[in-house]
Design a protein around this ligand. Structure first.
Ligand code: PMP
Length: 413
């Protein structure tokens, strides 16, 4: 008799278990994803998700433009395109990157389905199972998931309030060498890091590049937040300082619209061809219509003004979060003070386990992401990521108040 499928998630009940490739073993739901269902209940203040806030977008004029793209260029917009991406968009992306001092050639740029796909492609072409990848500790959960799915061996490198620590990088490379292995690449988010909210100090940038060059370590620079500095400040991209040893990943998810899924990779010329071939095998080509929407938007909208209004909106939310933390957090808590991006990284006193505390926080109607999700090695139990991008300032303030009272109870204050 036909049995209904078991949805309990118990691995042993999966009749396909013996069929999976070894790499599927590393594919597990991230803690961020598992949290989505509870965190999206209206009574819960979610400081968990990293969803960009689209409230400031000019939806009316965008919808008119989308309609006219289909009317005027429908035969192109609704057709397959090149795996490389739409040529005019690649040129425009080079203009966007020039704001950060990057002078890339459109031919060396591959348009991807979000920078997440670019991360996947880069890992696919460089990593065999067991290969060592260095990443900041903590690091972006989506990148860690991708590295795990290719069975890479992730080693974390310490950060401080000035970003990745050069001496720690040097040590990590030496330790890998001493074990007879080689580092395939360093994955870094230099600006307004996800999840730590810190930015790599400018003098350290050259130092990090120099270390990587000396030790023959490729650099993957992931920079979705670089234009979201709250005072309009823009830091020079690592790629602007080294065009041969850095692959730069960019995205319109945070500066325009995440749902269009348009990102890119700018690679050294020699790597570009492999990236295009990998992109072709993954998706044939990125969606033409979405690329044309982004292209038209860049050509006709005041996109720099739009980014400024995003900056203002996120700055107000960051201010609400920091003020709330200052006012309500129990003694012994410390946190980062981001000057851009979406995230604050909070460290709680010894004795509190942020993962164990999470259900109690949800009962108190506030959600965060426990720190362990941002490490490949189980570290982070006294940390959590708080995002300030989505809820309005007054909800953020209320969320912090709730979080502080849960923490006070944990600490029996
Ligand atoms: N890198 C980082 C650091 C991110 O925070 C994100 C999105 N949260 C991505 C890459 C992926 O972004 P997208 O695929 O939307 O471009």
């Amino acid at each position: 008799m036909h049995q209904p499928p078991d949805r309990s998630g118990a691995r042993s009940l999966d009749p396909h278990l013996s069929r999976y490739a070894a790499r599927a073993e590393g594919m597990t739901a991230s803690e961020v994803r598992a949290l989505f269902a509870v965190a999206s209940r209206p009574e819960v203040v979610s400081l968990a998700g990293g969803m960009p806030n689209l409230a400031a977008l000019p939806l009316d004029s965008l919808s008119q433009q989308m309609a006219s793209i289909v009317a005027e260029e429908g035969m192109t917009a609704l057709q397959y395109g090149s795996a490389h991406g739409v040529p005019q968009l690649r040129e425009q992306i080079c203009e966007v990157m020039a704001l950060e001092g990057v002078h890339g050639h459109p031919d060396d740029l591959v348009v991807t389905v979000g920078s997440q796909m670019a991360l996947d492609l880069v890992t696919r072409i460089f990593c065999d199972p067991g290969d060592v990848v260095l990443a900041e500790g903590p690091s972006y959960v989506g990148a860690l998931g991708t590295f795990a799915s290719y069975q890479a061996d992730v080693r974390h490198v310490a950060m401080d309030e000035q970003g990745l620590v050069p001496a720690a990088l040097e040590e990590a490379i030496a330790a890998v060498r001493a074990a007879g292995k080689r580092v395939k690449f360093l994955y870094t988010i230099p600006n307004f890091q996800n999840p730590a909210g810190v930015t790599l100090a400018v003098p350290r940038r050259a130092e990090i590049l120099d270390i990587c060059l000396r030790h023959d370590v490729l650099v993957i620079e992931d920079n979705p937040y670089g234009l979201l500095g709250f005072d309009g400040q823009i830091y020079p991209a690592l790629r602007s300082m080294d065009r041969d040893n850095v692959i730069y990943l960019g995205s319109f998810s945070k500066t325009f619209a995440s749902g269009l899924r348009v990102g890119w990779a700018l690679a050294p010329h020699a790597v570009r061809e492999k990236l295009v071939l990998a992109a072709e095998s993954a998706a044939l080509c990125p969606p033409t219509l979405n690329q044309l929407v982004v292209s038209r938007y860049l050509a006709t909208h005041d996109w720099k003004g739009q980014i400024k209004s995003f900056q203002t909106m996120y700055r107000e939310r960051r201010d609400a979060l920091l003020a709330g933390l200052e006012q309500h957090m129990p003694p012994g808590c410390t946190w980062t003070r981001p000057d851009g991006g979406f995230f604050v990284w909070l460290t709680v006193p010894e004795g509190v386990d942020t993962k164990a505390m999470q259900p109690r926080a949800v009962t108190a109607r506030v959600a965060y992401v426990p720190g362990t999700g941002f490490y490949a090695d189980g570290f982070g139990s006294r940390q959590m990521r708080l995002s300030f991008c989505y809820p309005p300032p007054e909800r953020i303030t209320e969320g912090v108040r709730r979080l502080a009272s849960v923490l006070a109870e944990e600490l029996e204050l």
